[in-house]
Design a protein around this ligand. Structure first.
Ligand code: ZN
Length: 314
């Protein structure tokens, strides 16, 4: 009798704790997913090999769940299995759950926090000493570079702006209140670590870009966007001032959904003011630092920009 009673009590406890758990899950706000993301993350489809965003990315950082932002894998555990999908030989402890696949053969992997489908895990293939290959769909994850992660902890944010010759862009941003550091470089092309000469051929697709790190307690991304629009001709197509070519395009490379929304807001305000905005919005890909002689160019030469003149708009 006593045993039956304790079983009932235990059962009730389990029932209630599960209900509480479910409610907690429901209350948590997940990121909204595109139809392509839903197909893989919710309906367990597989992205085509060699098409994912992170297949060939090996920079330092953390891969988090696209749906719930839980950290899943570290770049230190990533290796190239030449299979067309990002491969890791280890996961962050407790982050990834293994379950038998519906096909009865493979082992499926899902985010332990939200259940998002990630891919499959394969053992004993001999790729690395750990003999494990987490084969993950790029689309199930979001990559956060170490730099960005560390910055967030210190109330810093990174922004990327391209507004013609990067000497001029950097000149204005490095003087702005709350800016901690600026670096000029190249972004948005299809080659790794390009040189200035390569970018100038126009064949690499890179844009001259300034990386701006700012203190969120002293300024805001909104202030950075205003400065961006107020220091170049964002209506010019295919170049800036006398600098003509794709590398001088006006581009905002956003690093978060919030930056994207903010950039869209200001393009909307300018459009309402009657401007025909040529600025392009793109998610930030890898940033390649430019040669040392391009860094803080006008400061070194004691010069001022020829086509980046501040004018108040907002
Ligand atoms: Zn998740």
């Amino acid at each position: 009798m006593k045993t039956t009673l304790s079983i009932i009590i235990m059962g009730m406890f389990l029932f209630f704790s599960q209900t509480a758990c479910n409610q907690q899950v429901k209350k948590m706000k997940y990121n909204s997913l595109t139809p392509e993301e839903q197909a893989v993350i919710l309906h367990k489809a597989t992205e085509r090999p060699f098409t994912g965003e992170y297949d060939t990315v090996f920079s330092k950082g953390t891969y988090v769940c696209k749906q719930c932002n839980a950290p899943l894998y570290r770049s230190n555990d990533k290796f190239d299995a030449h299979c067309g999908w990002p491969s890791f030989d280890d996961a962050i402890p407790g982050a990834v759950k293994r379950i038998p696949d519906a096909d009865g053969q493979r082992t499926e992997i899902v985010c332990a926090n939200c259940g998002a489908h990630l891919g499959h895990v394969f053992l004993n293939e001999g790729f690395t000493p750990k003999n494990t290959r987490y084969c993950v769909n790029s689309i199930s994850m979001k990559f956060i570079p170490d730099k960005v992660m560390k910055a967030e902890e210190n109330n810093q944010e990174t922004a990327y702006f391209a507004s013609g010759c990067f000497w001029g862009t950097q000149y204005h941003f490095m003087k702005a209140i709350g800016v901690i550091s600026t670096t000029v470089g190249y972004m948005g092309g299809h080659t790794k670590n390009p040189t200035y000469q390569e970018v100038c051929t126009g064949r690499t697709g890179h844009v001259e870009t300034t990386e701006v790190v700012f203190d969120k307690t002293k300024t805001s991304y909104e202030d950075m966007i205003k400065l961006f629009f107020e220091t170049h001709d964002f209506t010019q197509v295919g170049g800036q001032g006398p600098d003509i070519g794709d590398q001088y395009r006006s581009v905002i490379f956003y690093t978060s959904e919030n930056q994207k929304i903010m950039a869209e807001k200001y393009i909307g305000i300018l459009t309402q003011k009657g401007y025909k905005v040529a600025t392009i919005l793109k998610p930030a890909p890898e940033f390649w630092k430019a040669e040392d002689y391009h860094q803080e160019y006008y400061e070194k030469k004691h010069g001022t920009p020829y086509c980046h003149i501040y004018r108040k708009i907002f």
